[in-house]
Design a protein around this ligand. Structure first.
Ligand SMILES: *[C@@H]1O[C@H](CO)[C@@H](O)[C@H](O)[C@H]1NC(C)=O
Ligand SMILES: *[C@@H]1O[C@H](CO)[C@@H](O)[C@H](O)[C@H]1NC(C)=O
Ligand SMILES: *[C@@H]1O[C@H](CO)[C@@H](O)[C@H](O)[C@H]1NC(C)=O
Ligand SMILES: *[C@@H]1O[C@H](CO)[C@@H](O)[C@H](O)[C@H]1NC(C)=O
Ligand SMILES: *[C@@H]1O[C@H](CO)[C@@H](O)[C@H](O)[C@H]1NC(C)=O
Ligand SMILES: *[C@@H]1O[C@H](CO)[C@@H](O)[C@H](O)[C@H]1NC(C)=O
Ligand SMILES: *[C@@H]1O[C@H](CO)[C@@H](O)[C@H](O)[C@H]1NC(C)=O
Length: 822
């Protein structure tokens, strides 16, 4: 309830301006630039105001030196009314001074106040006075020249401690914002009863000033800049009563800083020519009305003005009941002069719905065809253009108060509706009794949110836009229309019955092909025998999807091996685990009955791989003669990391006896191994340039298609190199661990080879002695220098599996089957 209390208080201060004398008081400082002053006191009566004490002190304060000022006198020096200030004594720094010369004929401030007068004759003649007075300047606290004939206010910024200026009853016409801009001790200014027509922006409200009482009443001002009533620092009262103010300006584009606190202060503007409450939102370009809350502590008294009680008052009057009296002081006594029907009523007794504005052509109203009334309380602009002979939809005015439009263009000659920018804002539109031929669907879309549309009595209108089906049918008036209800407008049937309307009188008549006229509510699309294209499209769509699915599954089935191979390969690439040791790097599967193949394998391939230290299983060399060939082959393949298939034309052929080749079994076993063991690899060497179509056996065909083969086709390639890359490097004994392990006092024990994903050259992967299940551990070897005994700090480290690697790149490491490695 601070605001209400504040209202009561401010009114009190203002009424009781002279009812305090500070005879009982306590020190006080203003909150603006004068906040360092030590010489002010606040009347004791403010103590009882509690939280409003500061506001009270702004109005009831005194200077402790009041009454002790030493008078300085003014002597005329020209018959034109100029004077100079004189002192009978020399400057005494313990004194303060007051220059007083009232009810006389001064036409200017005395020439030696701030030495403003540069006239040589005066300066020569009164040289001493000019010199002497300078020392007095900083000690002058008051200027009192009331009732003289002073026409100009000079720059008096040299009087740095000036506290009060009284120029009441002079002939000033203009006050500049430079005259006292730096005097931050000024508390009181009285320019009452001059002929002031204009004061600069920021003359009073400048942040450097801390003026508490200002009186500009009884002058001739016609406009008032907002910077002279709103200030950063609080003030008691600024009085502009009895001027001719009708206009509020903001010439220096003053704007509020939302993070600062303004005011408070109270401006009295009684007896002016103000018609409207100053639209602070527009003047200050506030983004939002709520920012006006910043100004909540400024009050205006607008009594005795020709107030026009129109829509501009609505934002103010719809504020909550206890805020209005704070901002608009004495609002309950503010009388409307206009509009005529409200004349003589107090503004607070006018209902909000009567605060309306007639918008003129200059605001965008099409005159004289239309009558535009802004009713902010409804949030609508009422635009009535009915019966005006219009042929196109007119423009409507913009309002900052109302966002919806109520447009009546009935009884005109419109034949279509233009897409105008405000269509989306239309709330009610009456298009009845026009000549409309069609309603474009984009227009119907933009009118989607209109609560009422009346298109009755448009005799040439034969169809409705389908966008209407989303509208409330009961709020769409379509009397006396004859609409064609054919296969394209079957939606009309559903729409007409979409909700029960109170009156069937809103409805049109349907013109149904071959059935004649019938009321819209009786229209039944079944009589039309329409074949809906929609079903056709839907059916086609479903069939399409089915065919696509069948095709897809067929393709998936046909290429199942290719897909499997690709999948397995991707899985191998992502592999992230320890690779077990295999006895052989490569198992070579080939048809040894084919001489050319055998020659190449045994001469070229074998030689090259051996040179690279691959361990190789070659069936016709390594198999026990007389053993069960299939079983041995299966075991060997199980023990091989790679299976190298040398694919020749004869690889899958039956031999002369009609027997199957051994290779068929080798392939099947390899294929199963490939599928089962994630790190195993089949490398296919396509020696006879077989194309996939030549091969009957699906996995091999798939292998050729997917293209992970080494082909003899391309002679530029180094085939052995390519094979080698695909096989990966051979297992190799690492060079380090034996010495290191020995120095850790472990039994020199078996070092076994392991293949692991390569990450860290220093990692050694080991396996427990007794069981193959025990997981590998990583040992960290910090040095690789064999000659240094202490080099091998074999430390127990992470679990395996934390390393990320790809099966493709691997390296062999030693692994110890030792018992104590701690
Ligand atoms: C200044 O004024 C004070 C009191 O008004 C007085 O006591 C003092 O003597 C004066 N000093 C001079 C230099 O006149
Ligand atoms: C003083 O008024 C002039 C216009 O007369 C204006 O241009 C200037 O910005 C004002 N000074 C301040 C500090 O507002
Ligand atoms: C608003 O005032 C705050 C401090 O009160 C200041 O930091 C900020 O810069 C001011 N903003 C503008 C736009 O002046
Ligand atoms: C539009 O104007 C006509 C003629 O003045 C009137 O009969 C009709 O009721 C008005 N329509 C609406 C929706 O107010
Ligand atoms: C209608 O006009 C507005 C501007 O007046 C435009 O932004 C909008 O795209 C137009 N709509 C159609 C469907 O033509
Ligand atoms: C109608 O109102 C809805 C919801 O307020 C809004 O999303 C839609 O854009 C509006 N339609 C038009 C044409 O403005
Ligand atoms: C129908 O009429 C009744 C009374 O006449 C009214 O209360 C009701 O709101 C109306 N309903 C509609 C959908 O117009």
């Amino acid at each position: 309830m601070r605001i209400t209390a504040y209202f009561i208080l401010l009114t009190c201060y203002f009424v009781e301006v002279s009812s305090y004398d500070c005879s009982d008081s306590y020190p006080w400082k203003p909150d603006g630039p004068g906040k360092d002053r030590e010489d002010l006191v606040c009347d004791i009566s403010c103590k009882s105001f509690g939280v409003e004490e500061a506001d009270c002190c702004r109005c009831r304060n005194c200077a402790i030196w009041a009454g002790t000022e030493v008078d300085l006198f003014v002597e005329f020096v020209t018959i034109l009314g100029k004077g100079v200030v004189l002192s009978e004594e020399t400057y005494n720094e313990t004194n303060i001074y007051k220059i007083e010369h009232t009810h006389s004929d001064l036409t200017d401030l005395p020439s030696n106040i701030c030495n403003w007068d540069s006239e040589p004759f005066i300066r020569d003649l009164y040289d001493d006075e000019f010199d002497n007075m300078q020392s007095f300047w900083p000690a002058v606290v008051e200027l009192d020249f009331q009732y003289n004939r002073i026409r100009r206010l000079q720059d008096i910024n040299c009087l740095t401690k000036l506290d009060a200026v009284n120029l009441q009853g002079n002939k000033l016409t203009y006050v500049s914002n430079n005259s006292f801009a730096n005097l931050n001790y000024i508390r009181t200014i009285n320019f009452m009863n001059n002929q002031i027509q204009y004061i600069d922006p920021s003359t009073i409200g400048a942040p450097t000033l801390n003026i508490l009482r200002v009186d500009f009443s009884y002058n001739l001002m016609t406009e008032l800049d907002i910077t002279n009533v709103l200030g950063l620092h609080g003030y008691c009262v600024i009085d502009f009563d009895y001027n001719d103010i009708s206009l509020f300006t903001n010439k220096i584009q003053y704007s509020l800083n939302i993070s600062k606190t303004y005011g408070p202060g109270f401006s009295s503007m009684k007896n002016n020519q103000i018609e409207r409450y100053p639209n602070l939102r527009e003047i200050l370009r506030l983004e939002h009305w709520s920012h006006l809350g910043k100004l909540m502590e400024f009050g205006f008294d607008l009594r005795e003005n020709p107030i026009n009680c129109d829509c501009t008052f609505l934002p103010l009057m719809s504020l909550s009941a206890h805020i209005i009296p704070v901002i608009m002081r004495e609002y309950s006594a503010t009388i409307c002069q206009n509009p005529p029907e409200l004349k003589g009523r107090t503004i607070h007794s006018v209902g909000l719905d009567r605060l309306v504005c007639q918008l003129p052509a200059s605001a965008g109203c099409k005159k004289p065809e239309c009558l535009c009334i802004d009713k902010p309380n409804d949030g609508r602009i009422y635009v009535d253009c009915s019966n005006s002979g219009l042929v196109i939809i007119p423009d409507v005015p913009y309002s900052e108060y109302s966002s919806n439009i109520y447009l009546n263009i009935s009884k005109n000659r419109l034949d279509t509706i233009r897409n105008v920018s405000y269509l989306q804002s239309i709330d009610v539109i009456d298009l009845s009794k026009n000549d409309i031929v069609e309603i474009p669907s984009e227009v119907a879309y933009l009118l989607e949110n209109a609560s009422i549309i009346d298109i009755s009595d448009n005799l040439r209108l034969k169809s409705l836009p389908q966008e209407f089906q989303r509208r409330d049918v009961c709020k769409t008036f379509m009397r006396n229309l004859v609409i064609r209800c054919d296969c394209e407008s079957t939606w009309i049937q559903t729409w007409a019955h979409s909700r029960p309307c109170n009156s069937s009188y809103i409805f049109f008549t349907c013109d149904v092909p071959d059935h004649g006229l019938m009321p819209a509510l009786s229209f039944n699309a079944d009589v039309l025998d329409c074949f809906s294209a929609d079903y056709f499209v839907l059916a086609a769509w479903i069939v399409g999807v089915l065919i696509a699915m069948v095709l897809l599954s067929f393709i998936a089935y046909y290429f199942r091996y290719e897909i499997l191979i690709l999948y397995l390969r991707i899985r191998k690439l992502k592999l992230n685990q320890v690779v077990p040791q295999y006895k052989y790097d490569v198992f070579i599967s080939y048809n040894d009955n084919d001489d050319s193949v055998r020659m190449w394998v045994e001469k070229t391939l074998l030689f090259c791989l051996k040179r690279e230290n691959y361990s190789i299983f070659l069936p016709n060399r390594d198999l026990d003669v007389g053993g069960d060939r299939n079983m041995e082959v299966n075991a060997a393949i199980l023990n091989s990391r790679n299976i190298l298939v040398v694919l020749s034309d004869s690889y899958m052929e039956q031999n002369k006896d009609g027997m199957r080749q051994w290779t068929e079994n080798e392939w099947k076993t390899s294929w199963n191994n490939f599928k089962t063991y994630v790190c195993k690899n089949i490398v296919l060497v396509n020696i006879d340039h077989a194309s996939p179509s030549d091969i009957d056996y699906p996995p091999i065909r798939a292998y050729l298609r997917v293209g992970c083969t080494v082909s003899f086709l391309n002679y530029k390639r180094c085939i052995i190199q390519e094979i080698r890359t695909k096989l990966g490097p051979p297992f190799r004994l690492p060079e380090l661990p034996e010495v290191g392990l020995r120095n850790k006092n472990t039994k020199p024990s078996l070092i076994e080879l392991f293949v692991v994903p390569t990450i860290d050259k220093n990692a050694v992967w080991c396996q427990g002695e007794d069981s193959d299940e025990e997981p590998c551990k990583i040992y960290d070897i910090t040095s690789t220098n064999r000659s240094n005994d202490k080099a091998f700090n074999v430390r127990y480290a992470q679990k395996p599996g934390t390393l990320k690697s790809k099966c493709k790149y691997r390296q062999c490491y030693a692994c110890q089957h030792g018992d104590d490695l701690h």
